[in-house]
Design a binder for this molecule. Structure first.
Ligand SMILES: [Zn+2]
Length: 310
């Protein structure tokens, strides 16, 4: 009697296990899903658009976080440890935190030089590549060139194509899908660009001051002229002497606005704005990927804020 009870129990459990396995197999997509981790929300947005339903994408930095300085907390190490592909901006943007995550994650697939590691800087046309020798007296400079290219949709297009190619190499069965997703993303980006460039046209030649050297690509695309920066040198906080120079400059020249990403402290910019009457415009620094905002929606917001200057 006792034996029969155990036997029945075993059969019941076994049939449950089989049933569960059938359910799990049926629920799985017919293809492999790649786990993609991107350092910034903008890269995550592009990877998600190009990867479609064959990828699962996570962003490491929050849209409100300065991507030069992200806290390499344990949950991020865990995200990186599971990744099949890690996409970074590169050009030393994440130098202060990504190496720590790469060591902690112990994931051979996504180490620099591996097929699972992709630096977007290698896909973009970088501005401000220092010509001569770089040393610390020049500030906390990005020695490989300016890494803030995700503000320029022309550069983002190049990045999207490069991500699509890398996904196809890692998952050849999905290559037709990645190619089609890339085509759709690039088409929507080009359509949006026409609208944006129309709105930005009156701003051509407008003088602005930016906080960090992070709006060079945006200015290059939008036709703005960045005459100075609130940081005296890249990565070096403003000092009284430089602030006095900026105030004098704003009083003598037609500087239309002070521009800065929302993650920078605004006390210095507010002081200059109050002393000179120059407008301060705080821009979102990145798309809210985690909150469902697309890259196009993000850049539309940036363009609208800039267009408010004219
Ligand atoms: Zn920077």
């Amino acid at each position: 009697m006792k034996y029969l009870t155990w036997s029945r129990l075993f059969r019941a459990v076994a049939s449950m296990v089989v049933g569960l396995a059938v359910f799990v197999l049926a629920a799985r997509p017919a293809h492999a899903t790649l786990s993609v981790v991107a350092t910034t929300p903008d890269l995550a947005n592009v990877a998600a658009a190009v990867g479609g339903n064959r990828v699962r994408v996570q962003a490491l930095a929050l849209p409100t976080q300065d991507p030069h300085w992200v806290d390499a907390r344990p949950s991020l190490v865990l995200d990186v440890s599971h990744a099949d592909l890690l996409i970074s901006v590169g050009a030393e943007l994440e130098l202060g935190w990504l190496p720590t995550l790469l060591i902690g994650a112990r994931n051979g697939k996504i180490q620099p030089g591996s097929p699972g590691y992709l630096e977007a800087a290698g896909l973009a046309e970088l501005l401000e590549r220092p010509a001569g020798k770089v040393d610390r007296s020049m500030g906390d400079i990005h020695p490989s060139g300016n890494p803030h290219f995700m503000f320029d949709p022309r550069q983002v297009e190049r990045v999207a194509v490069g991500i699509g190619k890398r996904l196809s190499e890692l998952d050849p069965e999905g290559s037709a899908s990645y190619l089609e997703n890339t085509r759709q993303f690039v088409t929507s980006l080009r359509q949006a660009r026409q609208r944006w460039e129309e709105k930005l046209r009156p701003l051509k030649g407008t003088q602005v001051i930016s906080f960090h050297r992070s709006l060079s690509y945006l200015a290059d695309w939008a036709g703005l002229v960045v005459v100075d920066h609130i940081e005296p040198k890249p990565g070096i906080p403003p000092n009284p002497r430089h602030v006095a120079e900026l105030i004098a400059h704003c009083k003598q020249h037609p500087v239309r606005a002070l521009l800065q990403e929302s993650w920078y402290a605004s006390n210095t910019s507010e002081l200059i704005a109050a002393q000179t009457g120059t407008r301060l415009i705080k821009l979102p620094g990145a798309s809210d990927f985690q909150g469902g905002q697309s890259y196009v929606a993000f850049l539309s917001r940036v363009v609208d804020l800039l267009a408010g200057m004219s």
